[in-house]
Design a protein around this ligand. Sequence first.
Ligand code: ADP
Ligand code: ZN
Length: 597
Amino acid sequence: MLGTVFGYDHFRDHQRAIIDHLTAGRDALVIMPTGGGKSLCYQIPALLRDGVGIVVSPLIALMQDQVAALGQFGVRAAFLNSTLTAAQARDVEQALVAGHLDLLYVAPERLMQPRTAELLDQVRIALLAIDEAHCVSQWGHDFRPEYLQLAAIRQRWSTVPCIALTATADDPTRHDILERLELADARAFVSGFDRPNIRYRVTAKSSAKRQLLAFLTDGHADQTGIVYALSRRKVEQIAEFLNEEGLPAIAYHAGLERDVRAAVQRRFTREPHIIVVATIAFGMGIDRPDVRFVAHLDLPKSVEAYYQETGRAGRDGLPAEAWMAYGLADAVMLRQFIDQSDAPDGQKRIEHAKLNTLLGYCETTRCRRQVLLEYFGDRLDEPCGNCDTCLEPVETWDGTVAAQKAMSCVYRTGQKFGAAHLIDVLLGRATEKVQRFGHDKLSTFGIGEELTQPQWQSVFRQLIAANFIEVDAEFGQLRLCDASREVLRSQQTVTLRRDPAKKRKSARRRIATEAVGLDNAEQQEIFDRLREKRLELARKQNVPPYVVLHDRTLMEMVKTRPTTLDQMSALDGVGRVKLDRYGQIFLDVLADHHGIA
Ligand code: ADP
Ligand code: ZN
């Protein structure tokens, strides 16, 4: 089935065990990172078992593409949601009742309608798959009340095997899923969380826009990716800036009209090269496999959120990059946000703890992948060799004296100022503000001239990140805490990372060629032709290009140059139906090129 229908030659991780388990009629909870291959876990059992597999997904905008992708494999799939006209819905219902469907995707609210329930009572159900199952939990940020009603369906279909799937790994969410969906007897399959093809980078923020532009043009030109920013305004500004710089960027946030958002999602899945600048409202359920980068201009909410967002890169297994610019102001602002919120103290403590973990990740001098995986209870014995700290090891320095100077300056100025002013004092700059407060007369005025302004920013950032200095909730001023006193009394030393000065260009270029995975200009040219053909085929059928064939498959064509259908069928991602449909077409492209060369 895996080979003949989907054209893949081996299962990943737990896929086989999950498929066997579900096909045998048992329940399962599947926790797999984004891009891990969750869909096959219910698609294959739905084909193997009698009847139709029902897939509940909250993402109606994407059902159409999922169904189109299955159609390309020769799987009989359809969807029912509010985007269909009455006539279209009737066609689907007829196909369903006539037993002509292998898989039916349904929005949760649709499934709960009496009419749908009645229809489904007339057919044999192979299995129930609940995608994005964490939506049932109030603990996470994607809670959807409709999901709570799915328990009723479970009761109604008590003999139908159920599979709940999510990429969210924490215990409270897992617990909620099992309890609320009444999956007490389900077996849990938790996959390894490593995404080895994603290269992680965190860089100290200086000029975010310029840094982003450098990141995009130097290594990711002509690639597709997502840029995350915190506010709607910033999203719009960045998209505009990128457009002015000649990059194809579009904005996406929850403030846009529904149809504008749908159009962005559509363009994102269909256009060969596009950059979406978005708030976190964008991305759930985005399964474009060739997203080559995810860039964060602001800190995400937690390590979980970071991992989910960055996990949208490189689902096709080819090299991809997760890049983040992070600075002093981010650390200050997020601490303030939490303290200012109306949440009860217990919740604030949890959020501070989550933020500490995230800041710890940003400031780490260890392999980033090791830090991430440890957080998810996974482990990696050796440093990964594919993150910034592995590629360009970070030096550390004894920052105890610098920390003491910074803290004395906080103290002498009355614990009423932010980092910018404190740095002016440390550097001995008699600005108007410094003079107004008489800070040029302080003993700490000019005691920090051995470091530059960016270096002091780095010091303050790290002291705040590690809770050696506190941030005032209301005005963001810095003040001392117990940990500061220990440092001031020399009872505690402070080790700091030395932020690398400037990225070496050559290092970036390397990523660019690796990401494309092609060795020379000739290969690139063939690849481009294959892609042109693919785009043409996709446009004709009005489906996203990757639904026809993945980049990965085209790349294998370039490398192995098949000349027969048989050789073509050996490629990853070429199943029986795709071979029939496209095999010869792509062989012709390859042969043409051969003729010319
Ligand atoms: P997610 O877990 O995020 O839902 P998907 O099910 O969308 O992930 O799968 C991610 C990508 O991996 C898809 O493009 C899919 O075709 C591919 N994939 C899944 N399983 C395999 C496999 N066994 N071999 C090769 N590719 C696979
Ligand atoms: Zn590493």
